[in-house]
Design a binder for this molecule. Sequence first.
Ligand SMILES: [Zn+2]
Length: 277
Amino acid sequence: MKSISLDLNVSSKDYLSKQTVLDEISCKGILEQGGMVFCKTKPNTKVKIGRSISDFYYETSSSDGNIIIGFDRDERDNFVEVNGHRLDFIIPKRDYSISKIDGLPPSQVSSFNEEQLKKIKISSRKKTQGFASRQTKMGFKNGFINPLKNMNKTSPFGSQRILNGITKKPHYGVDIAAEIGTKIYAPADGVISLSDDDLYFEGSMVLIDHGQGLISMYLHTEKNLVFEGEHVKQGQLIATVGSKGRSTGPHLCWRLKWRNRNLDPEILIRWPKDDKK
Ligand SMILES: [Zn+2]
């Protein structure tokens, strides 16, 4: 079996190099909120992943002994444990852009009519299905590339607004302004787990399953150029930029999920290539 060794110098803030790498499991990656680590253990091994004694779950490593763990926007402490041996991740707090806007006229509570509710329900069912996809093959051994040639970012991962004192849900996407029709490329290999142009909020969206529970999302597209179940390669054209669904103008909303956790897609651009293939 070939072993995978990733460069430790992913970013200045990283890394686990100072921590004891256990015989049972060793992890490398980007130890930041919105980041991800890659762990190596014995094949098909039960790994406990958690935040505390009462908040944990089990995951089984792949037949290559790989396992990845993503960290949510506000994740602080995490650990992995194999056969009673535990590796702790202490994740530093990250600053997010928070904008406070006061004195707004009281907004009308958005309510949906029956037809809209029906569409929301159908959309949600499709998304659940797309997110349930679980490819085991890791599609990101060549790292990640940007989905657009020009990354004209207008909103970073995790930004939040406080309107009239009411804290809104954080925005988990990276918004990139681009003209309608701009080409969107797959940042890493994967399998299309959703390609749908009739979703209520997202309008039109593509999901790529990169394996190991990592799924990237492309919202408000004009045209999807891939079909569900299709295998895509890094750099392959998958869709074009649009403004469908709940969108204020042409842009790509790029998101990344690891299981139910929201990751920062931009962080993965720093994910190293595996040179030892
Ligand atoms: Zn967005």
